[in-house]
Ligand binder design. Structure first.
Ligand code: PGA
Length: 253
């Protein structure tokens, strides 16, 4: 049985005091919800403060990105060595990184290897553009992204993959549960062909893209979908708590 995972990707939102108060608002309720792994991914500058706030609770922490080198002359970058004593997870290869910061499959692959080397759990994002989806290229694109990101990576259960169709991110136009389940199944089969089916069955693969308290149940009801990577809705305490608690009750039945 895979433990469901809900991660909140706050993206480039909240300053230190906003991040602190958002955590303080949602933490008591989040902490009480069992059976779901709960991960907050605030901006880098708030990781230290959030780490302190969640100490001793069931809530975990993730970064939104990291560089692929240990240290050195890379102005403005954050290395895995800086993250290992702060957080457990790191989002890698998010489509916004690929689109606005020209991250390639090769760089994402290096980052995945590096995160795993240091004991961080990558939340590896893959997803197709609208034009690829409409042209029937989803399968090819997703397979290619998974193969490239995991090239040379040994099988591990410390990997989460987020299937996030780009056309669904921040648009209010989520995929439907069946579509997402089918693509996630393809992701798992691709991982199985790289590793083996037992290892592929062990990793969590989640859906992301306009997930809300209204539609989470549709995704969680699907057998291949192990949770969600939530953007906009993770900035609203009530809504994020609702997403996590619905996941807990639906996956435990
Ligand atoms: P969204 O973002 O929920 O705002 O669509 C999801 C993500 O980009 O991780």
């Amino acid at each position: 049985m895979r433990k469901p995972l809900i991660a909140g990707n706050w993206k480039m939102n909240t300053n230190l005091s906003e991040a602190t108060s958002l955590v303080q608002t949602m933490l008591p309720e989040l902490d009480r919800i069992a059976g779901v792994e709960k991960v907050l991914c605030p901006p880098f500058i708030s990781l230290v403060a959030v780490r302190e706030l969640i100490k001793g609770t069931s809530v975990e922490l993730g970064a939104q990105n990291m560089f692929s080198e240990d240290n050195g002359a890379y102005t403005g970058e954050v290395s895995p060595l800086m993250l290992i004593d702060l957080c457990e997870f790191v989002i890698l290869g998010h489509s916004e990184r690929r689109q606005y910061f020209a991250e390639t499959d090769e760089l994402v692959n290096k980052k995945v290897q590096k995160a795993l080397d240091f004991g961080l759990t990558p939340i590896l994002c893959v997803g197709e553009r609208l034009e690829d989806n409409e042209a029937g290229r989803t399968e090819k694109i997703i397979k290619g992204q998974v193969q490239a990101a995991l090239a040379g990576v040994n099988s591990t259960s410390h990997l989460v993959i987020a299937y996030e169709p780009i056309w669904a991110i921040g648009t209010g136009r989520a995929a439907n549960g069946k579509q997402a389940n089918a693509t996630i199944s393809l992701v798992r089969n691709t991982v199985a062909s790289l590793w083996d089916s037992k290892s592929a069955q062990a990793i969590r693969i989640v859906y992301g893209g306009s997930v809300t308290g209204e539609n989470i149940a549709e995704f969680i009801a699907e057998p291949e979908i192990d949770g969600a990577l939530v953007g906009g809705a993770s900035l609203k305490a009530n809504e994020f708590v609702s997403i996590v608690s619905q996941t807990a009750s639906l996956k435990s039945t």
